[in-house]
Design a binder for this molecule. Structure first.
Ligand code: FES
Ligand code: FES
Length: 160
């Protein structure tokens, strides 16, 4: 990577225009965390297996540890920091807080991004769809039950 020349990449992150200056193949995960100071996105495995680094690029859920900076030129990115509104957490974030969906918190941003993606796709997902949507995200702490419960509760509240 040392022989490469740094490039400038413009993109939109959480609704704001951003310009990053880094190597073309630098992992988006690192650019967001180090240059962008958006440390909500976590690194777990670093190889596309755990979902901790999940973000949205053009509305699609992706693993930011697998995406080179070059690939997001002029793209629209949302990280966990962009999920809450100015004054309030999202329903899913709130539910994780209330129902104990987070312990150490490393997997939590990825879980919330995955659940948010599910809700964008289905208004009223089944249990199976919820489980499938979270299946790509690994958690070492919770045993998954509280995470699943947090998502179910968020859905229930969304429908009230
Ligand atoms: Fe990216 Fe695990 S850190 S999928
Ligand atoms: Fe620790 Fe999930 S809360 S890895």
């Amino acid at each position: 990577m040392k022989n490469e020349v740094k490039i400038e990449v413009h993109c939109t992150v959480n609704g704001e225009d951003k310009k990053y200056h880094n190597y073309p193949m630098e992992r988006l995960l690192d650019v967001l965390r180090n240059e962008g100071k958006l440390t909500g996105t976590k690194e777990g495995c670093g190889e596309g297996e755990c979902g901790a680094c999940s973000i949205f690029v053009e509305g699609e859920l992706v693993n930011s540890c697998l995406i080179p900076l070059l690939q997001v030129k002029d793209k629209n990115i949302t990280t966990i920091e962009g999920i809450a509104s100015e004054n309030a957490l999202s329903k899913i974030q709130e539910s994780f807080l209330i129902y104990g969906g987070a312990q150490c918190g490393i997997c939590t941003p990825g879980m919330i991004m995955a659940a948010t993606s599910l809700l964008k796709e289905f208004k009223n997902p089944t249990e199976k769809q919820i489980k499938e949507s979270l299946a790509g995200n690994l958690c070492r702490c919770t045993g998954y039950t509280k995470i699943f419960h947090s998502v179910v509760k968020a859905l229930e509240e969304d429908q009230n």
